[in-house]
Design a protein around this ligand. Structure first.
Ligand code: ADP
Ligand code: MG
Ligand code: MG
Length: 853
């Protein structure tokens, strides 16, 4: 028969997937000899069986729990439900993938009216026993019976220290809300607590979190039943969290918070402000020394920065959790570089371990150091980066306004897991309460969003929807700026500037460059972008769009003249005026990319995009031209190479400008740029054959510089007939934005924010195919094109220039396809360099250690 329960010291094969992150951590700590309370783990298999059956314990589970409970009683010398000296346990959720604060935990299970007296007598600590009982009723009521938390917290606020009174009040709240009295049977408490934890896997907030983090819905959670240790026994007790290195900066050294005479969630809840963990040194020297030693051992064992939870009961230390610490990207890089220096890990592991998606954080804006501004208040620098936006006071409003494209800063007393959707929508988060390990801080760091926490000068009046910041009154909708790197809060907007790459980042990227095969280029349309891209390590330009050169203010009128021309001669006259502009743009780009390849795409969008809206037409002739050019579906109309074939003089001018620029730059610098001329939207070999002829003939007239002619592959037909098209092409560049549109039959503008949003919400699709390449559909078409294209021309150059080129999973896919390069926006180049190295490492069997807990 299948087994569902394992003691912490029993070996299993199932690992993290079976025991969850918390369970595996407890088991491993026990094996290491770290002081951990005794207990057992109910597996994720049990949870999956429970969910699949619609809420039934699988056969045998109950008996297995009883058996392990009996063993726990034996180990601890206490009995569960004993009125005299009760065994108490916590019932803790813990999935294989870390979902901090998303699911439920209940402490002090096993207490009842009689046992609380026994506990008080045994410990000689009446206050402690009753405090534990009221916590149980509260957590159990909230978690098992879904009683609104404010029912209890309101009473707590009113009655404060009168514990016997509070217990009575809590029990009557419980009875009032549920229609039955608080269960006195310890086994019943345990059974229902386990069910509640199973069910917490499917709460809306847990689902929202999983959707945001692309965690599958069918993993389920494990449940850990752990003997209680008590941090709420007085001044020689307490609870804390600590990191082996600073999770914001990665700096080595102890980092954490401690709250004396407290239990469980008190630190995280942000209700009382904790002290630095250093404060234990004097008060609890033995426990402190053991903590330091234990953290060192854990880091050495896991070879990674750890985030631990601990409790001290009467001077004795216990660890309750360890996991790879959530950290900012800056901290991840610094810690990885330091660990390589310390000999703890190899370079490959350091590279494999950094989450490329997270690097985005470092590529976030910060406040321009050259501007002066007035700091209205300071809080804790809980998550780096700067953001400006309108303040909103609740998560729903944040989501609403965020959806309308407004930048918002979510401002709260403190955040809870129920605020998650608002945090996702906000540009930044500001809280009045809570420390560096408060919910807001932890979640913001995970999301890579700026967060200032514990800003004491902030107070909120949620009814009036106003805030007071150091005495300045703010209304909802007023703009503020926060800097999560310094903790500064500023009223109004401040200039933000783009980031640059620090030394640790540079070091890790250097290692990545040594390990990757895939080249990384950038999509850049201007000399400035090209220079930025190069600074970020781009090895060329994979896509230079020429249309913006047509859009510039001083050129648009000429472009319009070109479009309005009544015959070819008139059109050529206008094009002649555009030519020098285009040529000088290209010269700038070639110079910025000297020695590196530059792919230039000839004009792609339909011409009507260059004309004003109908109402603004200057005369009847223009109006009729606009009508003639208007398309019902411009995505599939006269654009790309179709435009070039209908108006060859446009492409001729562009080829002339490109070749002219290349030869001018060669003459000036002695170095010929590596030019790749790309024809968009080709579906038929004949299209490219004609355009290749046009390109070659025009170029020959201009100069003898070398160049390649290729095409963007962005139509399903082009993928399928890639063997024929390759006869005319020196290179293919997958335009996966359009390829996604045409392969899926999704017009992007009609999809995002519309049906696609529903698809993602309802789980019809797991990922937005415009963000993450649809590998099994679009990816399969690419694979066909690669195979057929190479069959005709084994050395054909292959790249991708859609936005997917900067998305880590898609980069890995492109590596597997054997492309020569990916091309993405300049800011994503570093991330693509890392992802490309990870793809190569994965192929060689070096995978990232999974971070969880
Ligand atoms: P989360 O995943 O939200 O951190 P946990 O299961 O880790 O939930 O527990 C919540 C809090 O209760 C933590 O601070 C944890 O250290 C504490 N806790 C859990 N089990 C015990 C126990 N057996 N004794 C003392 N404290 C506990
Ligand atoms: Mg925990
Ligand atoms: Mg396209």
């Amino acid at each position: 028969m299948e087994r569902y329960v394992y003691d912490f010291d029993e070996p299993t094969e199932g690992g993290r997937d079976l025991l969850g992150g918390k369970g595996i951590g407890l088991a491993e700590m026990r094996q290491l000899g770290v002081p951990v309370p005794a207990g057992f783990t109910i597996t994720t298999d049990a949870c999956r069986a429970y969910m699949a059956s619609g809420g039934q314990f699988p056969a045998g589970l109950e008996a297995e729990i009883d058996e392990h409970l009996a063993r726990l009683e034996e180990t601890t010398g206490k009995r569960f439900g004993d009125p005299d000296d009760p065994l108490l346990v916590s019932v803790r959720s813990g999935a294989a993938v870390s979902m901090p604060g998303m699911m439920d935990t209940i402490l002090n299970v096993g207490l009842n009216d009689a046992a609380v007296e026994g506990l008080a007598r045994r410990t000689g600590n009446d206050r402690f026993a009753r405090d534990s009982y009221r916590r149980l009723i509260q957590m159990y009521g909230e978690t098992v019976d879904h009683i609104e938390p404010h029912r209890f917290s309101d009473a707590l606020g009113k009655q404060g220290d009168d514990l016997p009174g509070l217990i009575e009040t809590f029990k009557s709240i419980y009875a009032e809300e549920t229609g039955h009295s608080f269960p006195q049977d310890a086994k019943e408490q345990l059974g229902r607590a386990v069910r509640a934890v199973f069910e917490s896997w499917d709460t809306p907030r847990a689902k929202a979190y999983r959707r945001h983090n692309h965690i599958p819905d069918d993993l389920g959670t494990a449940v850990n039943v752990v003997q209680m240790v008590f941090g709420n026994k007085g001044e020689h007790s307490g609870t804390g969290v600590a990191f082996t290195r600073d999770p914001s900066t990665g700096e080595a050294g102890l980092y954490g918070e401690f709250l004396a005479d407290a239990q469980g969630e008190d630190v995280v809840a942000g209700i009382r402000t904790p002290e630095p963990v250093e404060s234990m040194r004097e008060r609890l020297p033995a426990a402190f020394d053991e903590l330091i030693e234990t953290m060192r051992r854990l880091e050495e064992h896991y070879k990674d920065m750890q985030d631990i939870e601990f409790t001290v009961e009467d001077g004795k230390l216990y660890l309750l959790q360890t996991r790879s610490a959530k950290r900012t990207a800056a901290a991840a890089l610094k810690a990885a570089v330091a660990m390589v220096d310390e000999g703890l890990i190899a370079r490959e592991e350091a590279v494999a371990r950094i989450d490329p998606g997270q690097l985005d954080q470092l590529l976030h804006p910060r406040i321009d150091p050259d501007v002066t501004y007035v700091v209205a208040a300071k809080g804790l620098n809980a998550s780096p980066g700067a953001a400006s936006g309108q303040i909103v006071f609740d998560a729903d409003t944040a989501e609403d306004r965020g959806r309308d494209g407004v930048s918002v800063i979510l401002v709260r007393w403190e955040t809870t897991p129920d605020d998650i959707h608002g945090m996702i929508a906000a540009q930044g988060i500001l809280t009045a309460h809570g420390g560096m390990t408060s919910h807001a801080a932890v979640v913001a760091r995970g999301m890579g969003k700026p967060c200032v926490a514990g800003c004491e000068a902030l107070s909120l009046d949620l009814d009036a929807r106003t805030a007071s910041l150091n005495g300045t009154r703010l209304n909802e909708g007023d703009v503020i700026t926060i800097d999560g790197g310094t903790g500064e809060v500023i009223v109004g907007e401040v200039t933000l500037i783009p980031p640059d790459i620090n030394e640790d980042f540079e070091t890790v990227l250097g290692w990545a460059d040594d390990l990757r095969r895939l080249k990384v280029r950038a999509n850049a349309d201007t000399p400035e972008d090209a220079a930025k891209a190069r600074e970020f390590g781009a090895q060329g330009i994979g896509l230079c769009r020429t249309e913006h050169m047509f859009m510039a203010d001083d050129r648009l009128p000429v472009v319009r003249d070109m479009i309005m021309a009544s015959d070819e001669d008139e059109r050529r006259a206008a094009l002649d005026k555009l030519l020098p502009h285009q040529q000088s743009d290209f010269e700038g780009i070639f110079e910025a990319m000297a020695g590196l390849p530059v792919t230039i795409r000839l004009l792609d969008p339909p011409l009507h995009e260059f004309l004003p809206p109908l109402e603004e037409a200057r005369d009847d002739r223009m109006r009729s031209r606009i009508r003639a050019l208007q398309e019902a579906n411009p995505m599939l109309g006269t654009r790309g190479c179709r435009l070039g074939l209908q108006f060859p003089e446009i492409y001729e001018m562009q080829v002339r400008a490109i070749i002219g620029a290349a030869s001018a730059v060669r003459d000036r610098t002695g170095d010929a740029p590596l030019v790749e001329i790309m024809h968009p939207l080709v579906g038929f070999q004949e299209e490219l054959r004609r355009l290749r002829d046009l390109t070659v003939a025009t170029a020959e007239e201009e100069s003898d510089v070398e160049y390649l002619v290729g095409t963007m592959i962005e139509l399903p037909r082009a993928c399928i007939r890639a063997d024929e098209i390759a006869e005319q092409a020196d290179f293919f560049s997958f335009g996966t934005n359009d390829l996604t549109q045409t392969a899926l039959g999704f017009s992007r503008d009609d999809a995002e924010g519309k049906f696609l949003t529903h698809y993602l919400q309802d789980g019809v699709l797991e990922r937005n195919p415009f963000e993450t390449l649809d590998q099994s559909g679009v990816g399969e078409l690419m694979a066909i094109a690669v195979e057929r294209g190479r069959r005709t021309k084994p050395d054909i150059k292959l790249g991708i220039c859609g936005e997917h080129g900067g998305e880590p999973d898609s980069v890995k896919f492109c590596h597997a396809l054997g492309l020569d390069y990916v091309s993405c926006s300049p800011y994503r180049v570093p991330l693509a360099r890392l992802a490309a190295a990870q793809a190569a490492l994965a192929e060689a069997g070096v995978e990232a250690v999974s971070v969880g807990g």
